[in-house]
Design a protein around this ligand. Sequence first.
Ligand code: AN7
Length: 418
Amino acid sequence: MVHQACIACGEKYDADEIVYLCKRCGDLLEVKYDYDVIKAKLEKSDWQTMTLSVWRYKDFMPIRDPSKIVSLNEGGTGLYSCQRLVNLLGVGQLYVKNEGENPTGSFKDRGMTLGITKAVELNMKTVICASTGNTSASLAAYAARAGLQCIVLIPSGKIAYGKLAQAMVYGAKVVQIRGSFDQALKMVLDLSEKHREVYLLNSINPYRLEGQKSLAYEICDQLNREAPDRVVLPVGNAGNISALWKGFTEFHKLGLIDKLPKMTGIQAEGAAPIARAIKNGSNEITPIKQPETIATAIRIGAPVSWKKALRAIRESKGTAETVTDEEILEAQKMLARSEGLFVEPASASSIAGLKKLFESGKIDKDEVIVCVATGHGLKDPDIAIKTSEKPFEVDAEMESIEKLLGLSKPIPATVVSR
Ligand code: AN7
């Protein structure tokens, strides 16, 4: 039977109980399955012939009625082999999973298609989240798709414009909090516990992570049913690294892959409580009061899923690293210019972290690595414009353009070779 359980004390909760933290000990919950039941379902299922998408994996998901799924065609994103980047970095083998291809431009859509489907199953009419941007954009879209009211709390003045535009145009009630993301998250949690008619869809809600685990399944399927040696991804609130690890371990338990990847989390230097705990060998994190980074998506000082993330990193024998804003911006350009993949700064931190870990000898040359590019570059156009060369401006005359391009001496047509 599908149910929810506390990750610390094991207390069980019904799959349909609306509960965000364990009532006994206050820790996080996770969704639990009987894997023999899933195995039996898979034997009768046509999932392996379906196109790659979140819902190819519906037999692995905690939903009752597939006809009620709220979808915008999420998942099925490209896994790009990046040879030019390999040459630049010197690493063995590298793929980038481009989550910017999702309907609202980030991996959050994987969690929201499931989270909103669950909200509809539970007959909820209003959904809420706190967000550094992408969660709010995604929730607003899926709420609109399902006809639900949506409220989003964002730290005022500190989210990327593309994301704000999305939340606004999808019709969410957008509330800017004069404070940090961490304060906004505390507020939506308290609010949804007090007002039970408001359903919380931050990643503290374990159903969100069930959707996001599909990212791990897809990576394995795209690598012909094999896990990579290592997965490198940005860590903010730490839901995604927890979700991916759950996905990989489930595929492993079900006998679909025979090894597990090393989970490698990257944080921005000014917002790195998890990376610090890993480096210090600590079992706790020390929250950061005023997190700072240009990668606003991961400007988070008190990651809610820290305990799940530390477990994922340690159980998988992975690691964590911090990167500076400068390194993030350099990686963003490098990925765009070497592979044609334009990702937002938070996403580029995975490339920056990979570079750093490889250069310091912490990643081996023979590893097959997947970097998760979590969100599209157009989410934050201001940064890209600020850090790139300015466009040239000339008069609308052939001569001016030729001069600018250094094309002043025409080559006779006959000697132009192809
Ligand atoms: C592009 O939107 O937390 O470690 O509120 O937007 O699962 O939090 C965004 C997070 C990485 C970190 N990359 O993922 C939010 C929010 C991008 C992101 C992360 C986020 P988690």
